[in-house]
Design a protein around this ligand. Structure first.
Ligand SMILES: [Zn+2]
Ligand SMILES: [Zn+2]
Length: 125
């Protein structure tokens, strides 16, 4: 599970849908009052932004004509240690990792940043 915290517009459908589902999974995890130490250590979770991020992803899904019927349930963060509660994902590292893993996200990101790469060569359809 991971929150990429990259501009949703720049994400391919697979990663957009994946992060959306994972927001729901994180909420389930927090509802069971589980620890998030490893997620924080690995730069994967930004607890205080879960709801806002979920809603951004859901909005982008709807823009792409996908159905979204899953409002995020209530959850609390008060049981978490302060350092975890306020953790902020390093979005720059996250972006580098996402573009390393996924050629489609990489193309979208480079178009978005007016980058040098031409969005044609290795497209998987
Ligand atoms: Zn949802
Ligand atoms: Zn992708």
């Amino acid at each position: 599970m991971r929150m990429w915290m990259v501009d949703p517009f720049a994400m391919c459908n697979k990663h957009l849908l994946g992060e959306h589902v994972e927001c729901h999974m994180f909420v389930g995890h927090l509802q069971r009052k589980r620890r998030i130490t490893n997620y924080i250590r690995l730069n994967l979770l930004q607890p205080k932004s879960l709801r806002e991020r979920h809603d951004q992803l859901a909005l982008e899904m709807e823009k792409r004509g996908m159905l979204h019927k899953s409002p995020l349930p209530e959850f609390i963060l008060s049981f978490l240690p302060e350092a975890h509660r306020i953790y902020t994902v390093n979005a720059e590292d996250s972006l580098i990792e996402l573009s390393r893993r996924c050629s489609e996200c990489r193309e979208r990101l480079s178009v978005l940043s007016g980058g040098q790469e031409h969005p044609s060569s290795h497209k998987e359809e």
